[in-house]
Design a protein around this ligand. Structure first.
Ligand SMILES: *[C@@H]1O[C@H](CO)[C@@H](O)[C@H](O)[C@H]1NC(C)=O
Ligand SMILES: *[C@@H]1O[C@H](CO)[C@@H](O)[C@H](O)[C@H]1NC(C)=O
Ligand SMILES: *[C@@H]1O[C@H](CO)[C@@H](O)[C@H](O)[C@H]1NC(C)=O
Length: 389
């Protein structure tokens, strides 16, 4: 077959550009996203695994804002990972357990990304908690290493030879977290002393860095690893650990200082471990995402960002100073939902709203809260124009 010269020229002019784009140029859009984590980024795995510990995420008001139905996301709408996918012109990531349940009949969009995150998941394996007699309070056993196992199971459907996988994963963004927050939440909520949890930080960071290492060995080149949110600003922490001692609160935001200090300690530890990992694998690009800093903007100036009801009080809940009531959590009898979730940063006491996640995601995408830019330097793409030739 004779190939027209014009077509040859087009192919020729594209080839070197394509090669360059997939090796050297750091600022480029991605062809797919693979996400690992917990309820901050779960788009439906926990619900599909039964959600026994938290069945209300399977019904409204969860999902009421954007999807207009409950999808299994722990929010009224989209999560940070959804906004990142949108910014790249990629579909919202499908939950792995949905794909696994339908088998090869359900491969739509799989090569554009898959979500392995599970609400309630921990960075450490569930054995760790069972061995310390606190396993029973875990929502799920689908820890980070279980999620990595799922990724390995799915891999043959994504690519076959090592060369093909390498080429494909090179253009994929791997989001490892946020994860680890629950490793602290569970013990904190049953009264574990802060010194014990501080001592566990190296273990938990080790599990996160271990997962990133596994993914690099599997071919990941571009990774983003987020830190923890300011947990001292979370309605559940503010409620469980409320104190009459006003010096425990930061006057700038009303958050509990020592829990925020703890989150920062974890984040600093993680950041340093990631720097070492980057040195060990110079061919990769490991980005630390400062969820803490990005979210803190909202907590320091909620009204500036449109959160007219402040950032600490939950939209959906069963009363109390932060509208979080453990006996009447969002979705349960005794709770009510606010009229306008976009006026609230906190959705259900534990998780944030579509509006708050959108703000955080935009800050990450524009690169001000990531250690290296997440998007091409020319800025955020319009979903309609991102598709590459
Ligand atoms: C997690 O594992 C433990 C011990 O193997 C088991 O007893 C428990 O039922 C599991 N929990 C869930 C939610 O699957
Ligand atoms: C109140 O909190 C501050 C800061 O944590 C602490 O130094 C002080 O001892 C506390 N006061 C009382 C009466 O507990
Ligand atoms: C929390 O919910 C329970 C059960 O609905 C209710 O009896 C209690 O008054 C609520 N507490 C607050 C502070 O609203």
């Amino acid at each position: 077959m004779k190939i027209p010269l014009s077509l040859l020229l087009i192919l020729w002019s594209f080839a070197p550009w394509g090669t360059l784009a997939s090796s050297a140029a750091p600022h480029r859009p991605y062809d797919s996203i693979f996400n690992f984590g917990d309820s901050l980024s779960d788009t439906g795995n926990f619900l599909r695994s039964g959600a026994l510990a938290f069945p209300v995420i399977g019904k409204l008001p969860y999902g009421e804002t954007f999807f207009r139905r409950a999808t299994g996301r722990c929010s009224d709408g989209r999560l940070i990972v959804d906004f990142i996918a949108e910014a790249f012109g990629l579909p919202h990531l499908r939950p792995y357990l949905e794909i696994a349940a339908h088998g090869s009949r359900s491969l739509r969009d799989v090569r554009r990304g898959v979500n392995f995150a599970v609400s309630g998941a921990t960075a450490l394996d569930s054995d760790f908690f069972y061995n310390r007699q606190i396993g029973k309070i875990l929502w799920t056993n689908d820890s980070l290493s279980v999620q990595l196992g799922w990724f390995k199971q799915l891999k043959p459907l994504l690519c076959s030879s090592k060369a093909e996988c390498d080429a494909y994963f090179k253009k994929s963004l791997f989001l490892v977290g946020e994860i680890g927050g629950n490793d602290y939440n569970y013990p904190f909520f049953i009264g574990a002393p802060m010194e014990d949890l501080r001592a566990a930080v190296p273990l938990i960071v080790g599990a996160i860095v271990g997962a990133a290492t596994t993914l690099i060995e599997e071919g990941a080149v571009e990774l983003m690893v987020p830190g923890n949110l300011p947990i001292g600003c979370s309605a559940v922490y503010l409620t469980l650990f409320q104190t009459p001692n006003s010096s425990e609160y930061d006057p700038r935001d009303g958050c509990l200082k020592k829990y925020n200090t703890f989150a920062k300690y974890h984040n600093e530890y993680l950041k340093k471990a990631l720097q070492l990992l980057q040195q060990k694998y110079p061919h990769t690009r490991i980005t630390y995402a400062d969820y803490y800093g990005a979210a803190m903007r909202i907590f320091r100036a909620p009204r500036h960002y449109g959160f007219s009801k402040g950032a600490l009080r939950a939209c959906c809940g069963g009363g109390g100073p932060y509208n979080f009531n453990n006996s009447a959590r969002c979705g349960h009898i005794g709770s009510t939902v606010c009229k306008d979730p976009s006026a609230f940063a906190n959705w259900d006491g534990i998780h944030l709203t579509d509006a708050a996640y959108g703000h955080i995601a935009r800050r990450l995408i524009t690169g001000r809260y990531t250690s290296t830019p997440l998007l091409p330097s020319h800025g955020v793409h319009n979903p309609d124009t991102t598709r590459k030739g």
